[in-house]
Design a protein around this ligand. Structure first.
Ligand code: AMP
Length: 225
């Protein structure tokens, strides 16, 4: 018999730039949960030159959504790893109603279900500026921003001391606009999908990072109490 777990399955919803990745990393630190970013998994597949990566590359560079089949296969494989029993934060999945249904099926087969979906609510106009200046430490993934969060010593990661920084190919202003359009057309309807199931909480994510972290922690405590 497969062991089941009551560890939480949290979904972060919100447009590119809302802070899903930043907050998911903090939830990892605060609660020992596992961040599952389909964007990171796809970028790794592109870098590895796998079949999925080759199929996804051009779509990602254009700011569109990769096919449901490819992304769901990657997510299902990752969910099957034993560490997900600690509880997971889904960052960037589901992004379509088909993916939301698939997620429900994957979890049901594991004896699990969605614990809570959290919508990070932001103004689109601010997102292009937030995304256009961002970069991360290549070694540990810590996030920085040209205008909002520089490392204390230029070019040196505060967290791990790494000196290689990287910027995402799809963080250019033109591509960000296409990513925002894809979000509103295909992903924003999931807010109503989870609201209808009594699973949704909204957070004002225009607030600073620490305030959003506190609000999220309160939701996670409540959802896991
Ligand atoms: P992200 O890192 O979440 O901003 O994702 C970067 C890009 O990866 C997106 O713009 C999409 O092209 C692709 N992507 C990530 N997650 C998904 C998903 N769940 N469904 C379709 N495409 C995705």
């Amino acid at each position: 018999m497969t062991a089941t777990t009551t560890a939480p399955v949290l979904i972060l919803l919100g447009p590119p730039g809302a802070g899903k990745g930043t907050q998911a990393r903090m939830l990892e630190e605060d609660f020992g949960l596992i961040q599952l970013s389909t964007g990171d998994m796809l970028r790794a597949a592109v870098a590895a030159g796998s079949d999925a990566g080759r199929a996804a590359k051009a779509v990602m560079e254009a700011g569109g959504l990769v096919s449901d089949d490819i992304v769901t296969a990657i997510l299902a494989e990752r969910m099957a790893q034993p560490d997900t029993a600690k509880g997971v934060i889904l960052d960037g999945y589901p992004r379509t109603d088909v993916q939301a249904e698939s997620l429900g099926d994957i979890l049901a087969r594991m004896g699990r279900s969605v614990t809570a979906a959290i919508s990070l609510e932001v103004d689109d106009d601010a997102m292009v500026g937030r995304i256009a200046g961002r970069y991360t430490c290549a070694a540990c993934g810590e996030g920085y921003h040209d205008n909002f969060k520089q490392p204390s010593h230029a070019g040196v990661c505060d967290k791990c001391g790494g000196t290689a920084m990287k910027r995402r190919a799809d963080d250019k202003a033109e591509t960000v606009r296409d990513r925002l359009m894809a979000y509103h057309a295909q992903t924003a309807p999931l807010i109503a999908y989870y609201e209808g199931r009594g699973l949704l909480t909204r957070i004002d994510a225009m607030d600073d990072i620490a305030a959003v972290r506190t609000a999220l922690a309160a939701i996670v405590h409540k959802a896991t109490a």
